[in-house]
Write a protein that binds this ligand. Structure first.
Ligand code: SF4
Length: 322
């Protein structure tokens, strides 16, 4: 009889994997748009800003022929260019048209929905209170849908307490799609107390993928001693997952790749939670599990809180290539 002494001495680690996790429909679509653009036009295809906030995804597309730039003036005349899933200010497609660039817009349809609401509210004469994180590309893109001064950024409940609008009776609010559901509710509660006539968005601006991933983390947090969230530090929805876990009383860490794992987090841990932000592919989840398996006997269990069936259409012109 052969005894596997190596595995016999590994401690057991129960791994509770949240579902849904990882790629959302908007990220799937954005990556597919870049891949199809490369198939259609040949390499290189330029992409303005990281198509989604994940280094692995960006590197994989770079290998296929994508060139990532921050501004359109880095795109040569005549080259095809894709705008990222986070959305862009209106000035960007206008500039692309002016230069005769062949552009494709990979803005997530749920971000575009917020853009159209912003336009409608401003046309109706409302001042918009926008709840979001300063400097995030989605926020820059949404502010770029309306004239300067038509929208005010609120980041926290403390900001909401201090906000002094010119016309308090004529406000509406919108939000970034990837916020913490609980933090946003707290900000909205302050705004609604101070400005009861403020108009809410049509439906929910925080997207289904963001809220589903946060709910899944909450569902497993109570049974976990620690939690790993796979995602990038500039991925808003991934950072929010760490905050949600910590708020549930679980020590949590964000990591981009298995190699970033700080083993000391696992000291004394018997049950580990695992999830991934909306821009992190499943292959990175499997990479982390494979690394954990080098030191632990893994007992893996998935907890699914909801099943996602959302899919978005590709832009016209690429549907045929798909
Ligand atoms: Fe769209 Fe939400 Fe995914 Fe962002 S996280 S790309 S808004 S589905």
């Amino acid at each position: 009889m052969v005894i596997d002494t190596k595995s016999a001495f590994k401690p057991v680690l129960e791994l509770v994997i949240a579902a849904p996790r990882g790629f959302c429909a908007g990220v799937d679509r954005a990556i597919r748009i870049v891949e199809l653009a490369i198939e259609k036009h040949g390499a290189p295809v330029y992409v303005r800003h990281e198509i989604v906030h994940n280094r692995y995804v960006v590197d994989a597309l770079r290998e296929k022929g994508a060139i990532f730039v921050e501004e359109l003036d880095e795109v040569p005349d005549g080259a095809p260019v894709v705008f990222s899933a986070h959305g862009v200010p209106k000035s960007v497609p206008v500039e692309a048209q002016g230069r005769g660039l062949d552009y494709l817009d990979a803005t997530c349809p749920l971000v575009s929905k917020v853009h159209r609401q912003a336009e409608r509210l401003v046309a109706a004469g409302r001042h918009i209170v926008f709840i979001g994180h300063a400097g995030h590309p989605e926020v820059i893109g949404t502010f770029g849908q309306v004239p300067a001064g038509a929208m005010s950024l609120i980041e926290t409940a403390a900001d909401a307490e201090l906000f002094m609008p010119a016309d308090p009776a004529n406000l509406a609010f919108l939000t970034q799609t990837t916020l913490s559901v609980d933090d946003t509710a707290a900000v909205v509660a302050v705004l609604q107390r101070r400005f009861p006539e403020m108009q809410p968005p049509r439906g929910e601006d925080i997207c289904y993928a963001t809220s589903n991933r946060q709910s899944a983390v909450k569902a497993i947090a109570a049974e976990c001693d620690a939690m790993l969230v796979i995602g990038a530090p500039n991925s808003s929805n991934s950072v929010r997952l760490v905050e949600v876990a910590e708020r549930e009383g679980v020590r949590a860490r964000l990591l981009q790749r298995a190699a970033d794992l700080d083993w000391s987090l696992l000291d004394g841990v018997r049950t580990l939670g695992l999830t991934a932000g909306a821009s992190a592919p499943e292959i990175l989840v499997r990479e982390v599990i494979a690394l954990l398996a080098t030191r632990y006997e893994i007992v893996e269990r998935e907890v699914e809180t909801t099943r996602e069936t959302v899919a978005f259409k590709l832009p016209r012109g690429l549907e045929a290539a798909a």
